[in-house]
Ligand binder design. Structure first.
Ligand code: C5P
Length: 224
């Protein structure tokens, strides 16, 4: 089953502290974003990559765009949600659309295939893993309560949807001025069910500097 993917890559990477877009930082000698793009460029089921960028990085991404066959460049917004919304304007208004963070280079093609199939059937599906740690609710550095972790999952990307479901959810969120941290939360607001596909713990998002050490280790392991 074919799909399109929106890759938001227009963040500033403040938590990484590099002083520039973290996706341009090197991982094993290549910019992080190239590792992510390669997965989708190589996947024969991916028909279009909508790469959402910041104007500061335009020359870098224009050069990159010319090396990949599926990339369409779009400018992002001040929040991730607005960047994804801009990405929707460059998509074909049909079929399955994925949203995948540029900062998650370790997504496996098998997980993508399972997500696309689940979204086909259900309309919406997200990659996630069960929470491993004990989770506590804390206020002013004092424990309020220990949350029962048996039903808690840590959510990742990709998240996959029927195009019309995602577009409607975004338009509704815009109208209601709701800002979510992922696409599924917008879809949940429409009361449409969202299926969970169990993914991998190594599908990490490179957010803070120590994540780069984990990333090098994951790459090394995969190259063995
Ligand atoms: O900051 P964080 O890593 O959570 O961002 C997730 C993804 O969303 C990153 O790939 C980042 O480049 C992208 N993003 C975006 N537009 C923004 C903020 C973040 O495309 N305004």
């Amino acid at each position: 089953m074919n799909y399109q993917v929106i890759i938001p890559a227009a963040g500033s990477g403040k938590r990484m502290g590099a002083g520039y877009n973290k996706l341009l930082m090197n991982l094993a000698g290549r910019p992080i974003i190239l590792h992510t793009l390669d997965v989708f460029e190589k996947d024969p089921n991916c028909s279009r990559i909508i790469l959402v960028i910041h104007s500061n990085d335009e020359s870098f991404f224009t050069e990159i765009g010319s090396r990949y066959t599926k990339i369409h460049l779009v400018f992002g917004g001040s929040e991730r949600q607005y960047s994804v919304y801009n990405g929707l304007t460059a998509a074909k208004e049909e079929g399955i659309i994925l949203v995948h963070d540029g900062a998650r280079p370790f997504i496996r093609p098998e997980t993508i295939a399972r997500l696309v199939a689940a979204a086909e059937e259900n309309g919406a599906a997200i990659a996630a893993v069960p929470v491993k740690d004990t989770i506590k609710k804390v206020k002013n550095f004092e424990v309020v309560e220990t949350v029962d972790r048996s039903s808690l999952w840590q959510v990742q990307t990709p998240q996959a949807f029927h195009f019309s479901l995602l577009k409607n959810a975004h338009e509704r969120a815009q109208k209601e001025k709701y800002l979510g941290t992922d696409e599924a939360s917008l879809v949940e607001k429409t009361r449409h069910s969202v299926k969970v596909v169990e993914a991998d713990y190594d599908n990490i998002k490179l957010t803070t500097p120590e994540d780069l050490y984990f990333a090098e280790a994951i790459l090394k392991k995969r190259q063995q």
